[in-house]
Design a protein around this ligand. Structure first.
Ligand SMILES: [Zn+2]
Ligand SMILES: [Zn+2]
Length: 168
């Protein structure tokens, strides 16, 4: 877990601090599947800007995410540019003015980077935009073996199964 100690940065209003930091990004769990950041350590740029009423944190990095395609379960790789921003009021009156990643003068970079990554994900993680998925009848990968089945395998167990699947 990568944290950044805010004690080392003393800024007056209007001042800014910049740093390059390697962040450990933990795997994401999505729909029961695991998505891993490769390499796990991501070089990131952190900037801390002190405004009159609080502090603005900005984090930017690029991450490569590996995990199963939601259609065919083959390995999908996503390259995601991330740019995230957090604000922490000097005297927060409500939770909205408080960053969830700041606690005890520490900035939790790993948690922030993982959440920012989760927010940047596309709706569906696919190995390629036109992924054909798995055949609903025989389960083979339609990208590797494009095929269709004859309609009239009516009384086979497979069609019962695919009907069941259509209803789900
Ligand atoms: Zn796919
Ligand atoms: Zn098939």
């Amino acid at each position: 877990m990568t944290t950044f100690s805010l004690r080392q940065v003393r800024l007056r209003s209007g001042e800014e601090y910049r740093d390059e930091i390697e962040i450990d990004v933990e795997p994401l769990e999505l729909g029961g599947q695991r998505y891993i950041v490769v390499p796990e350590k991501v070089p990131a740029e952190l900037s801390i800007h002190r405004a009159s009423t609080g502090t603005v944190f900005q984090l930017s990095f690029r991450a490569r995410l590996h995990g199963p395609c939601v259609r065919c379960l083959d390995d999908a790789v996503l390259e995601l540019p991330i740019s995230a921003r957090e604000y922490q009021a000097t005297n927060p009156m409500s939770d909205e003015l408080r960053s969830p990643y700041v606690a005890d003068d520490k900035l939790d970079l790993s948690a922030w980077a993982r959440d920012a990554l989760a927010l940047a994900l596309p709706e569906q993680i696919l190995c390629r935009p036109e992924c054909a998925g798995l055949c609903p009848v025989c389960g083979k990968n339609l990208n590797d073996e494009p095929h269709e089945h004859e309609e009239e395998t009516s009384d086979s167990r497979w069609s019962a199964l695919s009907e069941l699947r259509d209803r789900l």
